[in-house]
Design a protein around this ligand. Sequence first.
Ligand SMILES: Nc1nc2c(c(=O)[nH]1)N[C@H]1C(S)=C(S)[C@@H](COP(=O)(O)OP(=O)(O)OC[C@H]3O[C@@H](n4cnc5c(=O)[nH]c(N)nc54)[C@H](O)[C@@H]3O)O[C@H]1N2
Ligand SMILES: Nc1nc2c(c(=O)[nH]1)N[C@H]1C(S)=C(S)[C@@H](COP(=O)(O)OP(=O)(O)OC[C@H]3O[C@@H](n4cnc5c(=O)[nH]c(N)nc54)[C@H](O)[C@@H]3O)O[C@H]1N2
Ligand code: SF4
Ligand SMILES: [Mo]
Length: 675
Amino acid sequence: MNSDTAVSTGCPFCGTGCALSVSCIPKGYKVKGDADNPSTQGDLCFKPIQMATALDTGRLQTPLYRRDKNDPFTPIGWDEAIIILADAIRSLPKEALYLYLSGQLLSEESYLFTKLFKGYIGTNNVDANSRLCMASAVVAHKMAFGSDGPVGNYRDIDDADVILISGSNPAWAHPVIFRRILARKKAHPQTLILTIDPICTETAEKSDHWIALNSGSDTMLYNALFAELYRRGSCDTDFIHRATEGFELTLAEAKNTPFDEAIAACGVSPENARILLDAFGSDKKIVGLWCQGLNQAEDGVMRNLGFINLFLATGRLNATKGLPLSLTGQPNAMGGREAGYLSNALPGYRDVRNTQDRITCESHWKLSEGKILPQPGITITDAIDQIHAGEIRLLWVACTNPLLTLPDLNRTRSALENPDLFLVVQDCVLSETVQLANLVLPTHAWGEKEGSMTNSERFIKRVRPFKSPIEGAKSDTEIILLTAKALGFEGFDYPDIQSVYDDYKQLSAHRLCDQSDQKYTTLSYQWGGERLYQDERFATPSHKAQFHPVVSTAPKIELEHFVLLTGRTKKQWHTMTRTGLVPELLKSEEKPYLLMNAAEAEALGIQEGESVLLSNELDALQLDVRFGLLAPRHVFAPFGYPQVPVNSLIAVKNDPFSFQSALKSAYVSISRLSK
Ligand SMILES: Nc1nc2c(c(=O)[nH]1)N[C@H]1C(S)=C(S)[C@@H](COP(=O)(O)OP(=O)(O)OC[C@H]3O[C@@H](n4cnc5c(=O)[nH]c(N)nc54)[C@H](O)[C@@H]3O)O[C@H]1N2
Ligand SMILES: Nc1nc2c(c(=O)[nH]1)N[C@H]1C(S)=C(S)[C@@H](COP(=O)(O)OP(=O)(O)OC[C@H]3O[C@@H](n4cnc5c(=O)[nH]c(N)nc54)[C@H](O)[C@@H]3O)O[C@H]1N2
Ligand code: SF4
Ligand SMILES: [Mo]
């Protein structure tokens, strides 16, 4: 690349989806925000800047193979690797195959994988790490509005009067969105920032009010607010009658617990409850942001719906009074969902259970009718069970590291170690999951590949290469195309990525996520416009938005254990396959830790910095204590550190609607190590 030609691309980290401009400098690459991009307007955080210094570190450069997982790997050529993979796929019934993908893949890659598995091979056994991340938000959006797709956009932050953040720590996890929130506060100091979280996070600290609550009590809180807003006459009855259904039943359920009793059960102070009521009872513009604190729970869909109900009840679905905006975790979890990579989905926000949706895809892919199965595939945690049961015999993992990020890691590990499982891992570095593989397919990485991504506000942009690919690896797309051809499938002759996009975009025509009139070469587009449903015509069968009754829960916090919360830190990215390569990126976060209230630690005789034992029926781990401020009896540890994988303490408990795992919390005992 020429030093004076900056390449416009997208950030490979979080779902904020910053547009970047990368240029070549004598010592490497200079990464800046792309000021011409209307979505993120030139802003960025430190992660992509420092990542650009480690693009070649630790990279896999040749396919590796071993028939027996106890043998060492043998480097092999690409022709042989693809033949081994195609033979393994052909040798098994399609029900025994499973593909596990990632919101860090580009849309074209997720589309091709979906076409190959759900279309040509004919199995819906495809899922993505979005099952651990966005599945509850997806289901809640479908239930409330008729389709997946976040309603609002970042611009709504710029003139909001109240920014209500629940179960999300954007100061760490979506830094550019948080900066935009702080910029609004600076320009308009009356703006109120409210954060509902069991932890006094950096986001909560920088908010006007930290609204502490006990883990698991969101539904109780939102129901209490809902019923009280109605009692005060603060609901928008015109909007409710005109544009929604289900209000009465939802209200009846919400009224079940008296307000004061409910608030107390949640651990929310009466003063904080009043602040929330006053905000929703006013005409102020409220933007509601949420993420994993609502999604990753056994009642994740209910938490999402309870939060959305407050916006529907007060007519907040527009630019004037505000709206909800679900924050997406990974850089392209939005695009992956649009491309149909979840186990029930098909491209263009379609569903395998819908006959017309199947026929549309079959005909677009020139397949015979009936080739796509009408039953959703199994989800990833069920697939782990089926590996144990010997039903799933081939697992192909691309761009995710399940050995550290699924729940119940000991069970996950023993599944992946199963000698009867043929494990194929497609990754750019030697991840923990790669280390258990039979066949390793080394890939190009960020900076080397091209395609498109959709960010958290539905904005699509191009990702472009700015360096030559590492020698010996292939792009994810090429690997899929070679495998499809080795399996004898026609329909995978794409001369370039543009032709993949042009094919994929046609399946979005006349859908909510329509991008069919866009040109790949100039792609920069917010599908659905600034806000969805501004004509109050929703994607539901009746075209009305739907209230859903939400069952209130507020688990009792028992004195014999602590609630372990899990989540992110500011500098570390997931399993550290990226941030672990850059020492500057991890500074002060090199080691995991246990965040505790000082008084609760001291009551157990624990000093700050001391190493303690954290245990439950699944495992026991050692972590060093840091003091912080949390709701009583709550502690926090970050996930993803290979040396202390907290997910081994988390049982598989899934939401019954979204099958998303309750990764946010587990009960644990804490004890001092005997000296
Ligand atoms: N630095 C960094 N940034 C990232 C990532 C990363 O790994 N590192 N990952 C990206 C991805 S994939 C995702 S999904 C996002 C996640 O972004 P976030 O969801 O913002 O981050 P988390 O730390 O997982 O969880 C957010 C908060 O939920 C709170 N919480 C826990 N239980 C409850 C509850 O019962 N109720 C409520 N109201 N809150 C609760 C936690 O205390 C925590 O502060 O971050 C993205 N950005
Ligand atoms: N306890 C607990 N567990 C959690 C969560 C939590 O909050 N608490 N959060 C969950 C959430 S929201 C998420 S999103 C998941 C994330 O979990 P994972 O997706 O498992 O974590 P990553 O470390 O991001 O793994 C991405 C992998 O893709 C590889 N990779 C990078 N670029 C490419 C590429 O271009 N091609 C290919 N083929 N590979 C590439 C990386 O090297 C890495 O191995 O974790 C989940 N697990
Ligand atoms: S905020 Fe997210 S998308 Fe933007 S630069 Fe930082 S990590 Fe990348
Ligand atoms: Mo995520």
